[in-house]
Write a new protein. Structure first.
Ligand SMILES: *Cc1c(COP(=O)(O)O)cnc(C)c1O
Length: 376
């Protein structure tokens, strides 16, 4: 049996090797390393796939969030409502721009931002909400958009983990990342649509905002050497765009593979009392960026992870420390209370290997090993 990895990118590459190799070499021969034709084509192809008017590529998912917040004109002191239970990038850019993160709790079943907690956190200074579609399942966007409309707030979707996910918005299927004012994604290699280095993208249906976002990502430039506002330098390389054009065609198949693997785990674990399998909401599909289980209180998580490691099975804790408990945010007074669900989940979750190349044999071995430990 092949060594089990959290994410197996080399096996995935083998399946598309000849087209990827050719695409990369074509960029090298053309020498159009920056803003080559593949970048433009990829933006159009991704916009078509997502069903959105504008896609603006940039250097990584963190930049996508930062550029979005700059493009929406958020100013130091503005309050931004964000889940605490997320990857640090979401909340870090809020701090970086001098905005005030207002950390709210998540739902214990979906792990996603709690709609009722958002409402309670709104003040006269609130300017935006950042729903994060964690692990590959959409937040409940319909009520979130309603709240945003009622209070005149921007919605910035952090779609880094859920590209390709569908959400039923008033009965119409929409891709996550295209529902709020702006959606941000990452092409970090291990993401569901990953490139071979760093990359990111922003999407929006707002024509004026799209112009601003493009400008910000390119030194605030409106035409060559004319700079209208302070921006940054954030680009997707042509080589990465060429790789992404190929992988975008595979994305739906990748999502299916991830679901097949998730179904296998679900069937094996659903009757194990000490484990709670991922909840699947009925208004969204799950694209399983991660397969994350909840452990009951009597099981020692560290011991389980160590036991699996001994058997050459990697398991990860996403995320052991929520944002509101990170040192970088020690001076933020967390006015939304102690975030009970977030605190509990970060002590109880663990994620098993999840990728497009898992074999039944590998999954069988993982499942048996987890159950072995629980029954010890
Ligand atoms: C990966 C990720 C990001 C940041 O993406 P990078 O490309 O690594 O900068 C932001 N938010 C979430 C939820 C992520 O998982």
């Amino acid at each position: 049996m092949k060594k089990i990895q959290m994410v197996d990118l080399s096996e995935q590459y083998k399946a598309i090797k000849s087209s990827v190799d050719k695409a990369i070499m074509d960029v090298v021969s053309s020498a159009q390393f920056i803003n080559g034709p593949d970048v433009k084509s990829f933006q159009q192809e991704l916009a078509t796939y997502l069903g959105v008017k504008h896609v603006i590529t940039c250097a990584n998912g963190t930049d996508a969030l930062q550029i979005s917040m700059m493009g929406l004109g958020l100013k130091p002191g503005d309050e931004v409502i964000t889940p605490s239970y997320t990857y640090i990038a979401t909340t870090e850019v809020i701090g970086l721009l001098g905005l005030k993160p207002v950390f709210v709790d998540c739902e214990p079943d979906t792990f996603n931002i709690s709609v009722s907690a958002i409402e309670k956190a709104i003040t006269s200074k609130t300017k935006a909400i950042v729903p994060v579609h964690l692990y590959g399942q959409a937040c409940d966007m319909q009520p979130i958009m309603q709240i945003a409309k009622k209070h005149n707030l921007f919605v910035i979707e952090d779609n880094a983990q859920a590209i390709g996910c569908d959400y039923s918005m008033n009965g119409t299927l929409m891709k996550t990342g295209t529902i709020g004012n702006v959606g941000c994604t990452s092409f970090f290699p291990s993401k569901n649509l990953g490139c071979y280095g760093d990359g990111g993208a922003i999407c929006t249906n707002d024509d004026d905002l799209a112009i601003q976002l493009r400008m910000i990502a390119n030194h605030g430039q409106s035409k060559r050497y004319y700079h209208d506002r302070v921006g940054c330098n954030s680009r997707l390389d042509s080589i990465q765009a060429a790789v992404l054009r190929i992988k975008l065609k595979e994305l739906d198949r990748y999502i299916l593979r991830r679901n097949t693997a998730a179904d296998f785990y679900d069937a094996a674990f659903e009757n194990i009392e000490q484990l709670t399998i991922p909840y699947r909401a009925n208004n969204t599909n799950h694209v399983f960026h991660q397969y994350t289980l909840k452990l009951s209180d009597e099981i020692n998580r560290d011991d389980l992870v160590a036991y699996l490691a001994q058997k050459d099975i990697p398991a990860m804790i996403y995320y052991p420390v929520p944002a509101h408990k990170q040192k970088m945010f020690y001076d933020i007074d967390n006015k939304c209370g102690n975030l009970e669900n977030t605190n509990w989940l970060t002590s109880r979750v663990f994620s098993l290997p999840m990728h497009t190349e898992l074999s039944i044999e590998q999954q069988q071995y993982i499942v048996e090993s987890v159950i072995e430990f629980i029954n010890k």
